[in-house]
Design a protein around this ligand. Structure first.
Ligand code: SF4
Length: 307
């Protein structure tokens, strides 16, 4: 489409692979020149302030800037399942989610598509009121890119997956992940501040950091909790996730091929309590999802409160 944004020499994620996507070259993430989307709709599997009662308006973008060997979304994140849309098509998806009563637009893995989403936001804002944007990310981001597209993050729902570059490289294909994810979390916190909700408990602004406890590696989440306590403070809302389920290349792959034990999960939640984290959520241990679900289970709102 001639009126779509173009992406040449792509540097939207920390890989900065430089692909001339507008010239027909696919990037490292295999994203091309038109937005690719797997599915969209009201979604009730996010944290309570994001899902609310009417659902998050979730858009699952195809492609991903990481290659997590255990990815539950591998069919569209790695294999590219989905359909291509131009910017007006993306505006139509945003409108359908707003008309369905969703609380927000929940952008799942938006990074390779940011210029297109920003253009869709501009077009939408000319004719209608905007919903809040939830920037739902692995955390593998560049602060300078986040600053350029800051209007797409009213709420940040962002991961901090590893604390050691070696494990990040082995499991997700980037030794730079730890530095990038911590830098982007600091950027989100400085810009958005603590989580703010309206009278109905729906997120309007702020940050939720997700910690996925990994089988055999609870120390990764524990180290990140300690880093967050030292560098941000325990007022940060944290979502400590037990839902790891072997998928894709994790199936039959040593410890990656099993679920998290009760003891591993308790090590992380105990440390969160010890450090004084009081805002956030935990998950029951028996809530593993299907291989095509985002979260697999709803967070427990009351009984699972951290701290
Ligand atoms: S978003 Fe994709 S194409 Fe762009 S720099 Fe990252 S890996 Fe390369």
């Amino acid at each position: 489409m001639s009126d779509d944004p173009t992406i040449s020499s792509c540097a939207l994620c920390p890989r900065r692979c430089g692909a001339d996507r507008s010239g027909g070259v696919l990037g490292w993430c295999r994203a091309g020149a038109r937005t690719r989307i797997f599915r969209w709709g009201p979604h009730f599997g996010e944290e309570p302030p994001i899902s609310g009662t009417r659902g998050a308006g979730t858009i699952f973008f195809s492609r991903c800037t990481l290659r997590c060997l255990y990815c539950q979304n591998w069919r569209w994140s790695q294999q590219g399942e989905g359909e291509e849309f131009d910017v007006d098509g993306l505006v139509g998806i945003m409108r359908s989610l707003a008309e369905a009563g969703c609380h927000n637009w929940d952008l799942v893995s938006p990074t390779p598509w940011l210029p297109f989403i920003a253009e869709a936001r501009r077009r939408y804002a000319k004719v209608d009121n905007l919903l809040p944007f939830v920037y739902n990310s692995s955390g593998f981001e560049s602060p300078e890119v986040l600053a350029k597209y800051a209007e797409l993050a009213d709420v940040a729902l962002t991961d901090l997956r590893y604390s050691t570059p070696a494990l990040a490289l082995a499991a997700s294909g980037s030794a730079e992940y730890v530095e990038a994810a911590r830098a982007s979390l600091l950027w989100f916190c400085a810009r958005l501040g603590p989580l703010e909700t309206d009278d109905d408990g729906i997120a309007r602004r702020g940050v939720i950091c997700r910690l996925l406890v990994l089988p055999g590696h609870p120390e990764e989440a524990i180290a990140n909790l300690r880093w967050m306590a030292d560098n941000i403070g325990p007022e940060l809302s944290v979502s400590i996730m037990s839902q790891y389920t072997p998928a894709w290349r994790a199936v039959g792959n040593g410890e990656w091929g099993r679920k998290v034990t009760r003891e591993e999960y308790a090590m992380v939640t105990d440390e969160a309590e010890r450090l004084g984290f009081e805002a956030g959520w935990t998950q029951p241990l028996d809530t593993a999802g299907d291989d095509d679900s985002l979260l697999g289970s709803e967070m427990s709102a009351g009984e699972g409160r951290v701290g």
